[in-house]
Write a protein that binds this ligand. Structure first.
Ligand SMILES: Nc1ncnc2c1ncn2[C@@H]1O[C@H](COP(=O)(O)OP(=O)(O)OP(=O)(O)O)[C@@H](O)[C@H]1O
Length: 624
């Protein structure tokens, strides 16, 4: 596959077909949070029509001629009034229902199998996996021997079959190193590029470990397939063995899907709870038996206060996915409760896992606070950025009042493809959706102001290609894994107070996943100065072109130094040095992008293969 078509340097110089007047945004910004995101008030500048407006029919004709299919109209008012059928909520999706008489090896369920693994919308590994074969840093009490093939990892045979059904032919680098650590029962902080398979890196070993023992460990449950089963009457208390905490609803649904796949044909029953999922569905799902619980933090904490519905006393594995978002959104209270509050099992064999695609200040503090003293750290990628070279990044100067025309033109300058467009404010999302939709483009949109039914509908429409252009706030920046998403557009760049460079890395990571290539185009103007320096570091590191207007930020020697915005721990020489406070990042000196601090790989030079001595073991991944 070649690169998705590039865009010219000045995207605003298209045919100038514009949408007429109309002030931009002025919308109340969304705040960072599970169901919100970093947001910036949209540019409140009048668009000035400079060329004659096309009629609506002419616009539509133009869109069809360019290959964009017809859009699907959503009646949001109807959604608000009617809600949706229960079955339409993702949380009610089918899972494999195990029966007592099945024993260890449960039979296949062809219809469900096809739904879980055979979908035409399932992401498949691309040809450009070498971009994920980068420096690996592993720190921990013992040397980690990576699993280069799934078959040698000692996984449960049913998990191996599910891996094969998912067409995972070889573990990705983060999987190679994280799986053995979890299988050995150690806590781990796993940091790797967007779209590099972090979900399976923890899901596979956890499920495999539990599979053989589920019968012994799991709480009693009703037979949901029995003819007289009644969800209300027979429901039991949920007593999960695994809790996976994720920051957004949509991500919870996606991780639930991976759990449904990996638990297929086993006794382990996955459940998902998230804000907006109607309570009766949630109760029914939890009450049918819950071994693997995927949850957003707020909803999980709600249920922790209802011990007749949920107990955490059997939990053996706790995973905090997208841990960096937990920092950004200040989930500290929830996190404290989830990691040790209530009736949570605090046995020594309780394993904690944290994952992240970026490494902002504080993530190491979080790990030190909540993981065991001898936890492992696995990091794939260079010190400062986990952005990678499968994403071609273009930065284009576009003044605020030109953005609508620029994005419209941009959509006609490349082949029609799944495209995500990020705005910082809800109002800007709504306006841009209207603007593009009325010009014949198949858009849909999502933000925290929509009800759950609308959010799920938008996600489904985008995933299935019914509406191949999704306009979103940062609630969709993290984790979304959508097949064929080849273009991400930052209509608004996420400046510092809206998540900054971390948010940028997550957003562009919606494309170029798992060995596929993608294009990320960002509109830049003088309101984005605060992100300029960090942006240039990433562009240089990923061998992307630095435009003329950002050249002053390119270091003279052409080498970028990420130390100041990554690990803020004081150097200790042993590569660990947790124990104490040791976190310069919280001090005034280090402040924002302040003093240089040690990176994970600081003490250990990169080795061709194998490991070096000293604090951090560093290797270069071989093919996968
Ligand atoms: N070993 C593998 N071989 C092929 N495909 C894989 C493998 N492991 C995972 N995948 C697929 O790769 C895609 C990306 O995985 P995943 O969503 O876990 O990435 P991630 O690292 O968590 O990304 P993000 O940081 O954006 O959340 C998924 O579609 C997943 O099914």
């Amino acid at each position: 596959m070649g690169w998705p078509q590039d865009v010219p340097a000045n995207a605003a110089d298209g045919d100038g077909t514009n949408g007429g007047a109309g002030a931009w945004g002025g919308d109340e910004p969304e705040t960072n949070g599970a169901d919100t995101n970093g947001a910036e008030t949209a540019d409140a500048t009048e668009a000035k029509p400079e060329v004659p407006e096309l009629t609506k029919e002419e616009h539509i004709k133009k869109a069809r001629a360019a290959g964009w299919k017809e859009g699907v109209a959503f009646d949001y008012e109807e959604f608000q009034r009617q809600g949706g059928a229960d079955a339409d909520f993702h949380g009610a999706s089918k899972v494999y229902e195990w029966k007592e008489e099945y024993g260890e090896v449960a039979p296949a369920h062809p219809e469900l199998e096809n739904m879980l693994f055979g979908g035409e919308f399932q992401m498949r590994k691309g040809e450009h996996t070498e971009a994920l074969d980068v420096e690996i840093t592993v720190e921990g009490p013992n040397k980690v021997l990576p699993f280069k093939v799934f078959a040698e990892a000692g996984l449960h045979p049913i998990v191996l079959q599910n891996i094969a059904l998912a067409q995972y032919d070889q573990p990705t680098p983060i999987q190679q190193y994280t799986m053995p650590i979890i299988l050995e029962g150690h806590d781990v902080l796993a940091v790797a590029q967007t779209g590099s398979g972090k979900t399976a890196a923890y899901m596979v070993p956890i499920i495999s470990k539990l599979m053989g023992k589920a019968k012994k460990l799991a709480a009693p449950r009703p037979d949901t397939t029995a003819p007289g089963y009644n969800a209300m009457r027979h429901q039991v208390r949920a007593e999960p063995l695994v809790v996976i905490v994720v920051p957004t609803r949509e991500l919870a649904m996606q991780i639930f899907d991976e759990a449904r796949r990996m638990c297929y044909r086993s006794m382990l029953r996955p459940c998902v709870v998230y804000g907006g999922l109607p309570m009766p569905i949630t109760r029914d799902q939890l009450g049918a038996g819950c071994d693997i619980l995927i949850a957003t933090p707020g909803r999980l904490c709600d249920f922790m206060d209802k011990p007749h519905i949920l107990t955490m006393s059997r939990v053996k594995y706790t995973v905090i996915d997208e841990a960096d978002e937990m920092l950004d959104s200040d989930w500290s209270e929830e996190l404290e409760k989830i990691m040790g509050g209530g009736d949570t099992n605090d046995d020594a064999d309780h394993v904690y896992v944290m994952t992240s695609a970026t490494f902002p200040k504080g993530i190491r503090r979080l790990a030190d606070e909540y993981l065991a003293d001898d936890f492992y750290r696995v990091r794939i990628g260079t010190k400062g950025t986990t952005a990678h070279k499968n994403i071609r990044q273009n930065i284009v100067w576009v003044d605020g009042q030109e953005k609508r025309n620029a994005v419209f033109d941009l959509l006609f300058q490349s082949e029609p493809t799944r495209t995500m467009i990020f705005c910082n404010a809800k109002g800007a999302v709504d306006e841009l959706d209207d603007f593009l939709y009325n010009r014949g483009l198949p858009t849909t949109s999502i933000h925290a102001g929509r009800n759950q039914r609308e959010r799920e509908d938008a996600m489904r429409a985008f995933r299935t290609g019914k509406a191949p252009i999704l306009i979103a706030t940062g609630i969709s920046a993290r984790g979304w894994d959508v097949k064929g998403c080849k273009h991400v557009i930052n209509y608004d760049l996420p400046s510092g107070m809206y998540g900054g460079i971390t948010e940028y890395v997550h957003r562009i990571g919606r494309t170029g996943r798992i060995g596929n290539q993608g294009l990320a185009t960002s509109f830049y103007n003088d309101r984005n100065d605060d992100i300029a320096e960090d942006l240039v570091k990433i562009l240089v590191d990923c061998d992307c072109e630095v435009p003329e207007f950002l050249q002053q930020h390119v270091p003279e020697d052409g080498k970028v130094n990420f130390d100041d915005d990554t690990d803020d721990e004081e150097e200790t020489g042993d590569g660990f040095g947790s124990g104490g406070d040791g976190f310069g990042g919280e001090t005034a000196e280090d402040g924002d992008g302040g003093a240089a601090v040690s990176g994970w790989a600081a003490e250990a030079p990169a080795a061709e293969e194998g490991f070096t001595a000293s604090g951090g073991d560093v290797a270069v991944a071989s093919d996968w």
